[in-house]
Design a protein around this ligand. Structure first.
Ligand SMILES: Cc1ncc(COP(=O)(O)O)c(C=O)c1O
Length: 377
C-alpha cells in the first residue's frame, strides 16, 4: 500500500521534471551553489572541545560551557540581551514561531519566507496574512485592515531573501510596525556574515546607518550553516524571550543538544566573521565582478530566453530566472560540463525555475568571469 503510494507520487514528480535527488557531485567542480559565503566551511581547524556529543537535551544534562560561550558571543555580536542555539536554522524558526504566537495572535509574513518560517507559523495557530514579496504598501494595507483581529501582532521577513538575493525593506517595515503596534521577526540566515561592519547582518547595517532602531525587533534569527560554514541555528533577543524559549520551545527542549565540539568550532567561525572585514571586502569585490561580468553585452539568445535578476544590493545571491525547468537544467548541465556546480532550483521551492548563483569570497576572478560568460551565452 505505502510503497505504491510512494511510487505513484514520485512518478508524478518525474513526469513534471520536479524529481528531487540528494546527489553527490563531483568534488572537482567549483561550486557556485554554496552558501559558504566566506569560505569558512572549507577551513582546516584543530579540534579541542571538552567532548564531542552532548548526549542529552540542553535542559537535562546536555548543556556545556561551549554552548554558553557561543550563546554569550552571539548575544553580544547581535546587540541583544541573550541568545539560544538550536540544532539547525529550521529548528530555530520552527521552535520559536510555533510558541511565541498562538491562536489569538496575528502574523503578517512576506510571501517568499522560507519553508521553516511557514511551518512555524502554521503550528502556532495564529491568523496569518501574506504580503506580496517585499511590497511594503501591501503590508501596510493588510496590517491596517486586520491588525485589530489579533492580540499580539508580528511581521516576519528574511533580511536577505534566500532564493532572490534582495534585501527586505526593513526601514519601511519598521515604520509600519511602529505605527500599528506590531513587532518584527527577522531571519538573517543569509544576511549574517555578509552585511554590517561585524557581519552581524542587515539589522547591524541599518542600525549603523541610523536607518532603524531595534526597538520593534523582537527576534533576530540566524544560522551557523551559511556564512557560519557549519550547522546550527540561533535566536537572539531579550532575556525574557530566551528564558521563554528554554521553557516552551519544543525543538529546543525535546532534542539532543548541539555537539559541544560543534559549538566550539561555531564560536571560532563567528569570531572570524566578526573580525573578518577583509573576507567581507573580498566577497563584495567578487559580487561586483560577477555583476559587471553579467552586465556585459548579452547575446540575443540569452535575451530571448531569460531575464537576469540582479540582486543589485551587494548580496551574494543572484537569481537567474529561466523560462522553464528544462532550460534551467540544461544550463546547469552546460555549466557542469565546464567544471562549475550551479544547481537549478525548481517549483515548489520557488514559484518559477531559476539558477541560484552564490558568490563566495574564495572564488577566483577567472571562474567568476567564466560562469558569468556562460550564463550570458
Ligand atoms: C531563510 C532561511 N531560513 C532558515 C533556513 C534553515 O536553516 P538551516 O539550513 O540551518 O536549517 C534556511 C536554509 O535554507 C534559509 O534559507
Amino acid at each position: 500500500m505505502f510503497n505504491e503510494f510512494f511510487s505513484e507520487e514520485l512518478n508524478k514528480a518525474r513526469e513534471k521534471n520536479l524529481y528531487r535527488q540528494a546527489q553527490v557531485y563531483d568534488s572537482n567542480l567549483i561550486s557556485f551553489s554554496s552558501n559558504d559565503y566566506l569560505g569558512l566551511a572549507r577551513r582546516d581547524l584543530s579540534l579541542t572541545a571538552s567532548r564531542r556529543g552532548a548526549s542529552a537535551s540542553r535542559i537535562t544534562s546536555g548543556t556545556f560551557n561551549e554552548h554558553i560561550e557561543l550563546e554569550n558571543f552571539i548575544a553580544q555580536w547581535k546587540g541583544a540581551e541573550a541568545a539560544l542555539i538550536f540544532n539547525c536554522g529550521y529548528m530555530a524558526n520552527l521552535g520559536t514561531l510555533s510558541v511565541i504566537l498562538n491562536s489569538r495572535d496575528i502574523v503578517f509574513a512576506d510571501e517568499y519566507v522560507h519553508a521553516c518560517i511557514l511551518d512555524g507559523i502554521r503550528l502556532s495557530g495564529a491568523k496569518k496574512y501574506f504580503y506580496k514579496h517585499n511590497n511594503t504598501k501591501h503590508l501596510a494595507e493588510l496590517i491596517q485592515e486586520h491588525r485589530s483581529k489579533g492580540k499580539k501582532s508580528l511581521i516576519v521577513t528574511e533580511s536577505v531573501f534566500s532564493m532572490d538575493g534582495d534585501k527586505a525593506k526593513l526601514p519601511e517595515i519598521n515604520e509600519i510596525a511602529q505605527a500599528n503596534n506590531a513587532s518584527i521577526y527577522i531571519d538573517e540566515a543569509h544576511g549574517t556574515g555578509v552585511l554590517g561592519s561585524h557581519g552581524a547582518g542587515l539589522v547591524e547595517e541599518l542600525v549603523e546607518a541610523g536607518k532603524i532602531t531595534k526597538d520593534n525587533i523582537v527576534v533576530q534569527m540566524g544560522t551557523l550553516s551559511k556564512a557560519g560554514g557549519l550547522e546550527g541555528g540561533y535566536i537572539a533577543g531579550s532575556k525574557e524571550l530566551i528564558e521563554f524559549l528554554k521553557n516552551k520551545s519544543r525543538t529546543f527542549i525535546y532534542s539532543t543538544a548541539n555537539p559541544p565540539l560543534q559549538a566550539q568550532i561555531a564560536l571560532k567561525h563567528l569570531q572570524e566573521i566578526s573580525a573578518g572585514k577583509e573576507l567581507r571586502d573580498q566577497l563584495q569585490k567578487n559580487i561586483e565582478l560577477f555583476e559587471t561580468s553579467l552586465r556585459g553585452e548579452r547575446s540575443s539568445t540569452w535575451q530571448s530566453n531569460a531575464l537576469i535578476n540582479y540582486s543589485n544590493e551587494g548580496t551574494p545571491i543572484f537569481a537567474i530566472h529561466m523560462p522553464s525547468t528544462e532550460a534551467a537544467q540544461a544550463k546547469a548541465k552546460e555549466l557542469e560540463e565546464a567544471g562549475y556546480l550551479v544547481v537549478a532550483i525548481r517549483p515548489p521551492t520557488v514559484p518559477n525555475p531559476r539558477l541560484r548563483i552564490c558568490i563566495n569570497s574564495i572564488h577566483e576572478a577567472g571562474d567568476i568571469e567564466r560562469v558569468a560568460g556562460l550564463l550570458r551565452k
